[in-house]
Every structure is written in C-alpha cells, then in structure tokens.
Design a protein around this ligand. Structure first.
Ligand code: AMP
Ligand code: ZN
Length: 123
C-alpha cells in the first residue's frame, strides 16, 4: 500500500526499532511511547483496521495476541502470576479502531504498553 507508514516499516523502506519479525508480523518500539515499555505488533499485510478483519484473519489475530505476552516478557514487563493475590508486573494490550477509537495509523496494529507506573499517557 502506497503511503502507508507501517507498510514502509515492514518493507524496511523506513527504519524502526524492531524487536521481532517473522513471515507474517513485525514488532517495533512506538516512536512516541506512552509508558516505559510501548511497542506495536503489526501484520506485514496491509489491513486498515480491526473492523476490516474477518475469519480469514482469525489465525493472524490469534498470533498477534499470543505474541504480546512473549515480547512483553522480553521487554521486561511480563505479568507474573505468583499464585497469591494479583501477582506482579503486566501490560496493556490495545487496538484503536477508527477516529472515535483514537486510531491515527490506518494499518492494523496491536499496542503493548507496560512497565512500572505511573505512566505519562493513559491510552
Ligand atoms: P494509533 O493511534 O493506534 O493509530 O497508534 C499509532 C501509533 O503509531 C502511535 O502510538 C504512534 O506514536 C506510532 N507511530 C507512528 N509512526 C511511527 C513510526 N514511524 N515508528 C514507530 N511508531 C510510530
Ligand atoms: Zn499498510
């Protein structure tokens, strides 16, 4: 897709601070982090929003969601279930969809936001 910033990042036409890549997905640090850890999990395929997904994207969406805790752990914000109380650590996962959902980049992406509180942003 022409003029799509995340397509260009996936194609290495513009740089990113990548933390993961496979045939389907790339993950990189958000350029304007809302918390100590803030990265995006992005399909290489251009899909504008979560609302443009259907059953054909079911496995892709599952892969994105399951990647979130793995990368969160690597980035130092794993959720640790201690077996007592709430446990510790953790992160937020977020798809912004459409203007009223606060979406700015119209290429599907999953925000993973974590690290010690307090955070600057409250997305
Ligand atoms: P959203 O509002 O859900 O569309 O979020 C888009 C996110 O992409 C924002 O958090 C931006 O800071 C981030 N972003 C925009 N351009 C870049 C870029 N070149 N590299 C990394 N993150 C970016
Ligand atoms: Zn795109």
């Amino acid at each position: 897709m022409d003029n799509c910033i995340f397509c260009k990042i996936a194609a290495k036409q513009i740089p990113s601070k990548a933390i993961y890549e496979d045939d389907d997905l790339i993950a990189f640090h958000d350029i304007n982090p809302a918390a100590p850890v803030h990265f995006l999990i992005v399909p290489k395929m251009h899909i504008p929003t979560l609302s443009d997904c259907n059953e054909a994207q079911q496995a892709l969406l599952g892969k994105m969601m399951l990647l979130a805790p793995k990368l969160a752990k690597e980035q130092g914000c794993a959720y640790v279930n201690t077996g007592e109380g709430r446990g510790s650590g953790g992160f937020k996962t977020l798809f912004n969809t459409g203007p009223d959902g606060g979406q700015e980049v119209y290429h599907l992406h999953l925000h993973v936001i974590g690290g010690p509180h307090p955070w600057r942003g409250q997305r």
